[in-house]
Design a protein around this ligand. Structure first.
Ligand code: SF4
Length: 391
């Protein structure tokens, strides 16, 4: 059995307290180089790629140079996700590693901590590292996984040269931003393509602004917002308003995706009927994506919520955990996925056991076989929104 990547958490301690991060209640811990080496030996043959995180800030680890060196000796590629704050201190160690493959900088940490430090020096410091790393062949990703949060304008300007596509969302409604036009204009000036995900309710007010920009590349309309708000407004006029925008946008080359990411939620029939009315040429709703008109698509998928042991049982029956990935917490605990932030699905401890032994443990086999049979073995998995993505 092999995995495309293994999440090997080198610490669960973080230097920041981002509002969007669930954190962990586990004992604070740094994986020792000796234990790390043991884990590398145990994982050899199962993967070529190690992600140095699950929770925690990897650059906080006091023995990061030793860990990178060990990973190199055992011929692993290393992926790191970091808030980037500690890059000045960690830069030399990172750049001297020949096997650093990918480095993701979570810029949303700035907004997640109340924009409480200087954005210019933060982004510049990350950009300095990014240039050096990229020159050595490292793939550097700047992340803004917070939509149109306040202050992102500054970050947009500083990101030029690192990506061509900006997604103006993660949480929140982008069309609510009072300076949307300015943001689009800035993005245009810096030659970004922009993808937007919106519930579409504010399209009548935002339409002219949106369509006046050449760099609007893709527009996702989350129709599930209707059901998510108790089907409390008229479905036909909602869909028709969105469809009018979609037709205008599609004629300008924008890709428009109508989303129904709520599975088979009550009320979807009304939305689908309204969509058929708005796009009358024959099309059939497919399992995932349907072409309703040129450049206009319908995307159907399940909702995605983090697993919640105290939540209600959900309908997901399959997950790729233990098929193409697994996680290792910083105390050696092996977990099946990168969402198990508390180690609730502990399968064993790689410091004391071999991976084969762990993967063939009754619990691991039950999880794997349960997903094969589409009957999740774990209560947490039956309460995981992510699993619903796989049907
Ligand atoms: S179903 Fe959810 S909690 Fe269970 S292994 Fe998959 S991602 Fe993790």
């Amino acid at each position: 059995m092999s995995f495309s990547r293994v999440y090997l958490e080198i610490t669960n301690v973080c230097n920041l307290r981002c509002g969007f991060c669930p954190g962990t209640e586990r004992q604070p811990q740094f994986l020792s180089p000796a234990d790390f080496e043991t884990l590398l030996q145990k994982l050899r043959g199962y993967t070529d790629y190690l992600c140095f995180h699950l929770m925690g800030e990897p650059l906080l680890h006091p023995a990061l140079p030793a860990l990178l060196s060990l990973a190199e000796r055992y011929e692993y590629y290393v992926n790191i996700t970091s808030n980037g704050v500690l890059l000045p201190q960690a830069e030399d160690a990172l750049l001297s590693s020949r096997n650093l493959h990918r480095f993701c900088i979570s810029l949303q940490a700035w907004e997640g901590n109340g924009c409480s430090w200087d954005a210019d020096s933060y982004v510049n410091s990350c950009a300095v590292f990014a240039r050096k790393a990229a020159a050595r062949g490292v793939l550097v990703y700047f992340r803004l996984w917070n939509g149109a949060a306040p202050g992102n304008e500054t970050l947009l300007q500083k990101l030029r040269g690192y990506t061509d596509y900006l997604c103006f969302h993660l949480m929140g409604e982008p069309l609510l931003h009072p300076a949307l036009s300015t943001l689009l204009s800035l993005a245009d000036r810096y030659r970004y393509y922009v993808n937007i995900t919106s519930n579409g309710v504010l399209l009548p007010q935002a339409e002219d602004v949106l369509l006046s920009f050449r760099n609007l590349h893709r527009f996702n309309i989350s129709l599930q917002a209707w059901e998510g708000n108790g089907c409390s407004w008229d479905a036909n006029s909602y869909v028709n308003t969105c469809a009018a925008f979609a037709r205008r946008a599609a004629a300008r080359g924008v890709l428009v995706y109508f989303r129904l990411w709520n599975g088979a939620a009550q009320g979807n029939e009304m939305l689908l009927a309204a969509l058929h009315g708005a796009f009358p040429d024959p099309w059939e709703p497919a399992q995932r994506n349907s072409v309703m008109a040129q450049n206009i698509f319908l995307e159907q998928a399940a909702r995605f919520d983090w697993p919640d042991a105290s939540g209600a049982a959900r309908g997901g029956s399959f997950c790729r955990a233990l098929r193409d990935h697994l996680g290792v917490l910083c105390d050696g605990t092996v977990v099946p996925c990168c969402l198990d932030s508390e180690g609730a699905l502990a399968l064993g401890n790689l410091l004391r056991q071999d991976l084969e032994e762990i993967l063939s443990s009754p619990r691991a086999r039950a999880i794997y076989d349960g997903f094969s049979r589409r009957t999740p073995a774990e209560a947490l998995c039956r309460r995981c929104g992510y699993a619903e993505r796989f049907g």
